[in-house]
Design a protein around this ligand. Sequence first.
Ligand code: AP5
Ligand code: MG
Length: 210
Amino acid sequence: MKLILLGAPGAGKGTQAEVICERFNIPTISTGNIIREALKSGTEMGIRAKSFVDAGKLVPDEVVIGIIQERLAKDDCSNGFVLDGFPRTIPQAEALDKMGIAIDKVIDIEVPDEVIVERMSGRRVCESCGASYHLVYNKPDVDGVCSKCGGTLVQRKDDHPDTVKERLKVYHDQTEPLKGYYSKQGKLYVVEGHEDVASTTKRVLAAIEA
Ligand code: AP5
Ligand code: MG
């Protein structure tokens, strides 16, 4: 099964990807996580991406397309995968089609902008393993400590309110047109994502199994 999770920043793509990955035993491929790893380890790609990520802008298409092409060629993708955060632009979607990858479904998680701003301000991520929490909706067992690996929880630099606003603008301008792109291909499934995680998961799984 080859799935794409579409949605605004903070819509809950990463959260739902984790559930899908366990349930169907397929890997999650998150371009955001791959880029953050590269930033942390200071690779050439990381250095190139930093100014874009910090400003809430998209990293250039050719960089991200290269990352995906390399990642999808790995053995663990042979039974399918969940793409979280890719594609983000029409040229990225076209590149995926040109790679000959037949996506089964695109699940679009819809959350109003006001809800997103509130969610992002409460998100905390583990600086070691990248696991994501929320100060109100998804608390770690011990404040400030990752329940999975014991790492320290920090706020993502691009989760500060001004950057979130920029990310939302970029989403509406450059990513939202993908809804039309995949709707024309008959692959788009729209799911309401403004309720709690469990309710959203039910809707996402129903869409996958529809
Ligand atoms: P990326 O990491 O992909 O960021 P994003 O799309 O902006 O999405 P987020 O990770 O912020 O949100 P999410 O939908 O995964 O939400 P989450 O589940 O964490 O990309 C970062 C940057 O990298 C980009 O800005 C760009 O610069 C670059 N980049 C990445 N991919 C790129 C590409 N393809 N092309 C170009 N550039 C690219 O949930 C958010 C919070 O809400 C969490 O705290 C969570 O616990 C909580 N939460 C989740 N669901 C619920 C719920 N139902 N109720 C209450 N709280 C909830
Ligand atoms: Mg994410």
